[in-house]
Ligand binder design. Structure first.
Ligand SMILES: NC(=O)c1ccc[n+]([C@@H]2O[C@H](COP(=O)([O-])OP(=O)(O)OC[C@H]3O[C@@H](n4cnc5c(N)ncnc54)[C@H](O)[C@@H]3O)[C@@H](O)[C@H]2O)c1
Length: 309
């Protein structure tokens, strides 16, 4: 049994990392200011998880919470993550994602934490065709990707200077139950609740979609790698799909053709054509291989959302 502290623990992926840690019998504290996350995401776990409702930028609250929880492992997931919000709030995004990470690292090291696992992003990579390895040079095209790219340097610095063992998961597009932000798949689910037609932005750009239970298992796997240098690993599936292909798959799952129309307002000013992860490092370092196909994940999500025609 270990003591685990999860920033952003009431958010979408955080909720599933909480579940994954509880399943292994760990003692869990979630630390979240609930700006996007929800208390209700943790209802199911009752008093098995302690929730501290506070900001990572609030050093006093954070150091008090860490001193109380005395964690062995910190998962750092708190961030501004929704790209349209980040683009509209660049300074705040850098403050939370970069300065916030610096505070989390410094306070974690001061509290004697041995290991920190942080969520970075495939958004650091260029939109080139083919598998993206961890050696692919970062070319962030938006403020969110930039903030995570700088965040990685902060993590690397603390790894070298403080003895904190750092593992970084570069997450690709995660989907599944309890999603908090208005990404493509939640938007599709909301539309399908009113019938088999959807308005979308760019339907041809392709992304690597990973089911949230696989993302949580991968981050957990990274937390269990206790020896060695700074580890950065892609967290994805190695397969990419377009929005059009996702909708077609949902049509097959639901047994009905779904019509797509283009909504100009949802077209992103900058949209990379491709984004697909090489996950060989994740698999060899952790032994965790994402198990959900897109079809299996979508079926589970459709059931969770109660969608049927
Ligand atoms: N969802 C994805 O597809 C994806 C892809 C790549 C990377 N990531 C990264 O994974 C992490 C989790 O993402 P998510 O999809 O669960 O998003 P999310 O918005 O649901 O989770 C982020 C959580 O952090 C909390 N938070 C934000 N600012 C905070 C602050 N200043 N202090 C304390 N808590 C704060 C929010 O309330 C939320 O609960 C993020 O770091 C995100 O950048 C997610």
């Amino acid at each position: 049994m270990a003591r685990v502290f999860i920033t952003g623990g009431a958010g979408f992926i955080g909720r599933w990392v909480v579940a994954r840690c509880l399943a292994d019998g760990h003692e869990v504290t979630a630390y979240d200011n609930l700006c996007v996350g929800r208390k209700s995401n943790l209802d199911e776990f009752g008093d098995r998880v302690a929730l501290v409702e506070a900001d990572i930028l609030d050093e006093e609250r954070l150091s008090t919470a860490l001193a109380k929880a005395r964690p062995d492992i910190v998962f750092h997931l708190a961030a501004h993550h929704f790209i349209p919000y980040c683009n509209a709030h660049p300074a705040e995004t850098l403050r939370v994602n970069v300065e916030g990470t610096e505070i989390v690292c410094r306070q974690a090291a001061a509290a004697g934490v041995k290991r920190l696992v942080a969520a970075s992003t495939g958004a650091c990579y260029p939109g080139t065709d083919g598998l993206l390895t961890e050696a692919t040079p970062a070319v962030p095209v938006d403020i969110y990707g930039l903030s995570k790219h700088i965040m990685e340097s902060v993590l690397d610095y603390y790894h070298r200077s403080s003895g904190l063992t750092v593992r970084i998961g570069r997450l690709f597009n995660t989907y599944g139950p309890y999603e908090t932000n208005d990404h493509l798949i939640p938007h599709i689910m909301d539309s399908l609740k009113t019938g088999p037609s959807i308005e979308l932005g760019n339907i041809y750009t392709k992304r690597d979609y990973i089911f949230v239970k696989d993302t949580a298992a991968s981050l957990y796997g990274l937390s269990q790698v206790d020896k060695g240098d700074l580890l950065i690993a892609n967290v994805g599936t190695g397969i990419e799909y377009s929005a059009e292909e996702i909708v077609q798959m949902l049509g097959q799952i639901l047994g009905s053709e779904i019509t797509i129309s283009v909504d100009e307002a949802r077209l992103r000013p900058v949209d990379k054509p491709h984004q697909m992860a090489d996950i060989s490092r994740l698999v060899s370092a952790t032994g965790v291989k994402p198990g959900y196909s897109l079809e299996d994940g979508l079926k589970e999500l459709v059931d969770f959302e109660g969608i049927a025609f």
